[in-house]
Design a protein around this ligand. Structure first.
Ligand code: ACM
Length: 496
């Protein structure tokens, strides 16, 4: 009945209907959260759920013992207690008698949400964070900037949000469709709003890893400040298309001062030990023709295309000087020894790149597009988004981030830190679209991230049935059938 499945669970006869929660020393935060979920008051006696700190368990490990007259949740850490709180939340209100000893398989259990392609209201971000916590995810990777929108307020650079947060319209259908909707789109978050979101997530054991995508995917920033790029005299609107824009940052002092300032402010908002610097899909054609970039490359003794790893190395140093670890997307060749080994790699192309990065000494978040890109359609049903290949619930369930016997990183050693789902939103303009893409595939990936290797897809499907009722009750599933603009499989047309 639980999703993700606990590492060890023994069912006993009977059940317990607690009437209160007893918070032991050092457990008030998780106890209050549980009280909010269950409606049970914080009390001192009666058939209670008692929360207690107990030394000797792992960093996110917990134990739960339910007998007919009480329940006891123990963990060494707040993270362990919070994981147990979500288990109790799923079991409530009538707790079956049982013994659970549970701990995650992987330390990084993440979900990327792209709020750059489509702005998502804060209220939905809170709902989404809470649903991640329900599935024992502990990372929300927030993709805050891209060609089509800049979504975070930066003090002293007002045009990033006055100009960069708004676009005139959006492409309909896949990249290159040539069809547009004619509807302006935009929005941004103030630093104060994001700080509040960070606190809300932290109460649930979810860390927000912010991404500022650099040095490519910056067209919205260039629309605000053209001098950051390679063609300062060319005015560029915020991009209305999907795909890969050739417009990238320049390699001059102004561009690096911008990166330093933005990352410094981002670090001030997000206490996460990790900051994501992007690094993906950066065509270097503009550097090949820019006199400044050509001179820089010559000074360094490299070809202009090789300025890309050099640029990421500089961003790595900026992030390091802020006392944080830099994370970047893995592009072909990045893992090949040209980047500092302590740069964490999000391996998105395929699992072999992830394995190569591990072999080169990196810590890797396994995010191969074939299994973890939830913007891909999940069936051949009409109305599914125009992204392929079809990635079914079963495909996600069958994905193993440790395939081939890859080692798990302990946060210092090379290996797999974890895995994460990607919710890119080119084709998902509303929270309803995101809900459709996310569920139930997020449930399957949660099992891969948290649970020991499974008992098979059929067993998971069985547990999922009850879990979907739970998600429906929480409003996590779309209320009606969602259709995606430009959908494939709609007979006789590919775009509306
Ligand atoms: C990516 O899909 N460009 C990370």
């Amino acid at each position: 009945m639980l999703v993700p499945r606990p590492a060890r669970l023994t069912r006993h006869a009977g059940s317990c209907v607690p009437t209160g929660i007893l918070a032991g020393p050092g457990t008030r935060g998780p106890a209050r959260l549980l009280s909010g979920y269950t409606g049970l008051p914080l009390v001192h006696n009666g058939p209670v759920i008692r929360l207690a700190r107990k030394p000797g368990l792992g960093p996110e490990e917990y134990t739960l013992e339910v007998t007919p007259d009480h329940a006891l949740l123990t963990a060494s850490t707040e993270a362990g207690l919070l994981a147990g709180v979500q288990t109790i939340r799923q079991l409530s209100p009538r707790l079956p008698c049982l013994t659970i000893r549970d701990a995650p398989r992987l330390p990084w259990r993440g979900v990327l949400l792209d709020v750059a392609r489509h702005f998502m209201p804060l209220e939905f971000l809170r709902e989404f964070v809470d649903l991640l916590a329900l599935h024992k995810y502990n990372v929300l990777h927030l993709h805050l900037t891209d060609d089509q929108g800049w979504r975070i307020e930066i003090t002293g650079r007002p045009r990033l949000t006055e100009v960069g947060a708004w676009r005139a319209e959006s492409m309909v259908g896949p990249a290159g469709s040539g069809v547009f909707d004619g509807v302006p789109h935009g929005g941004f978050y103030t630093q104060r709003e994001l700080r509040e979101l960070v606190a809300f997530a932290a109460e649930r054991g979810v860390r927000i890893v912010p991404e500022i995508d650099l040095p490519g995917h910056v067209r919205a920033a260039l629309a605000a400040y053209p001098s950051l790029g390679n063609r300062p005299s060319v005015a560029l609107p915020v991009w209305t298309e999907w795909g890969i824009s050739p417009d990238i940052l320049g390699v001059h002092d102004e561009a690096f001062a911008f990166c330093r300032d933005v990352l410094d402010q981002v670090a001030g908002v997000f206490p996460s030990p990790y900051l994501h610097i992007g690094g993906d899909e950066c065509p270097t054609t503009q550097w090949e023709t820019s006199p400044i970039a050509r001179r820089k490359a010559a000074d360094l003794g490299v070809r202009p295309a090789e300025l890309h790893p050099w640029f990421l190395g500089r961003l790595h140093d900026i992030v390091g000087a802020l006392g944080r670890r830099a994370v970047c997307w893995d592009e072909t060749g990045h893992a090949a020894g040209r980047l500092p080994a302590d740069l964490v790699v999000t391996a998105w192309r395929d699992a072999a790149h992830g394995a190569l990065a591990v072999a080169r000494g990196h810590q890797v978040v396994m995010a191969p597009h074939t299994a973890t890109y939830f913007d891909y359609r999940q069936s051949e049903e009409p109305g599914e988004p125009p992204r392929e290949p079809v990635t079914t619930l079963e495909d996600v369930y069958r994905f193993d981030p440790l395939a081939g016997g890859l080692p798990v990183s302990d946060g210092t050693t090379p290996g797999v830190l974890g895995t994460q789902a990607q919710l890119w939103t080119e084709h998902a303009p509303t929270p309803e679209h995101v809900r459709h893409l996310a569920f139930p595939r997020l449930c399957a990936l949660a099992e891969r991230a948290w649970s020991p290797p499974g008992r098979g897809y059929a067993e998971f499907r069985q547990r999922l049935t009850g879990h979907l009722d739970r998600l429906r009750a929480l409003g996590a599933l779309p209320k009606e059938r969602v259709r995606f603009a430009g959908a494939l499989g709609v007979p006789g047309k590919t775009v509306p």
